[in-house]
Design a protein around this ligand. Structure first.
Ligand code: FE2
Ligand code: FE2
Length: 322
């Protein structure tokens, strides 16, 4: 609870009413009373999510001009466009909490904002595009399907369409992988190499282990999150192992074993030092990603200026006609 909430006695009743609404499964809407801490946590989480959608375009956009066929090129363009749309929906939803898009983008461009650390890894060959769709969009589906039931209405609703599109992304990625797995020895080797590089960073997408996740308790209590990081990570592993088996791909974890008691695929230890290094800005491509987003924003300045000039002209015409 923030000091602001504690300082006003009337807020205790508002907080109790707010928590009762959440407990009853109601959605919280932009004009409803909410604790400042809830608003801040949502802005933090949603802006990180929106930034991730936008930065996530970069590793894949890199392969649009090198896609191996027209069909692959069209599919990849559609996917990258979808990610821009996801960023747009979530920035809009974040604006309903009083955070301006300019302010959020300034933080991203200054290198202060966080986004999913997976996008700081390079895409080295075509199989990476397949594996990103399969693993990264697959992990996004696991996370976002649950967020579609988050307690904040605009965030939850933005997830509904996003999840439908993520399913398309995952399928196109897995299809690329299944075609390569049935291909030449060189294609199979390329696929296995991509799987080896993306598996562990994909598991890290669910965030730090529960014991080290400082925000989790509060987010669970306010039903922004419905499951812990480790629970979602386990769900993703359980879904992905049979998919890897179906296309004869080895997941790079010698300790991976099925536990008959829990029904879970148990994995070996995750290298959290690597995770924290990437989160703190020292991943393979952190600086390049932020610089590329900033350049894209700067290069788009004339489009924003033109849109504003057009809107002003339309408004002036409407006033003159009235
Ligand atoms: Fe997305
Ligand atoms: Fe996606």
């Amino acid at each position: 609870m923030t000091p602001t909430v504690q300082a006003h006695p009337e807020d205790a009743a508002q907080l109790a009413a707010f928590e009762a609404r959440i407990a009853a499964g109601e959605y919280i809407e932009p004009k409803d009373w909410m604790p400042e801490r809830y608003r801040r946590q949502l802005i933090r989480m949603m802006s990180q999510h929106a930034h991730s959608e936008c930065v996530g375009m970069l590793p894949e956009g890199n392969w649009i001009s090198r896609a191996p066929s027209l069909r692959r090129k069209m599919t990849l363009i559609a996917k990258v466009q979808d990610e821009a749309g996801h960023g747009h929906y979530i920035y809009c939803a974040t604006e309903t909490l009083g955070a301006s898009r300019d302010e959020l983008l300034d933080e991203l461009h200054a290198g202060k904002a966080k986004y999913s650390s997976i996008f700081n890894y390079p895409t080295l060959n075509w199989a990476d595009i397949g594996v990103i769709g399969w693993f990264v969009d697959g992990a996004a589906i696991v996370n976002q399907t649950v967020l579609a039931k988050a307690s904040y209405g605009p965030y939850a609703r933005s997830m509904i369409r996003i999840c439908k599109e993520e399913n398309f992304h995952k399928r196109q990625g897995y299809e690329i992988c299944s075609v390569m797995s049935a291909g030449t020895d060189a294609q199979r080797a390329m696929l296995q190499d991509a799987v080896n590089r993306w598996w562990w960073p994909s598991l890290m997408m669910f965030g730090p282990p529960d014991a080290a996740s400082s925000n989790s308790d509060e987010l669970l209590r306010w039903k922004v999150k419905r499951y812990t990081n480790d629970e979602l990570r386990q769900r993703f592993i359980n879904l992905t192992v049979p998919q890897a088996q179906a296309i004869n791909v080895q997941l790079p974890d010698a300790a991976l074993a099925y536990d008959t008691t829990s029904g879970n695929w148990q994995s070996g230890p995750i290298d959290w030092d690597e995770f924290w290094a990437v989160v703190k800005g020292n991943g393979p491509l952190n600086r390049e990603r932020v610089a590329a987003r900033k350049a894209a924003h700067d290069n788009g300045a004339w489009v924003r200026a033109a849109a504003e000039a057009y809107a002003a002209k339309q408004a002036a015409r409407a006033t003159a006609a009235a």
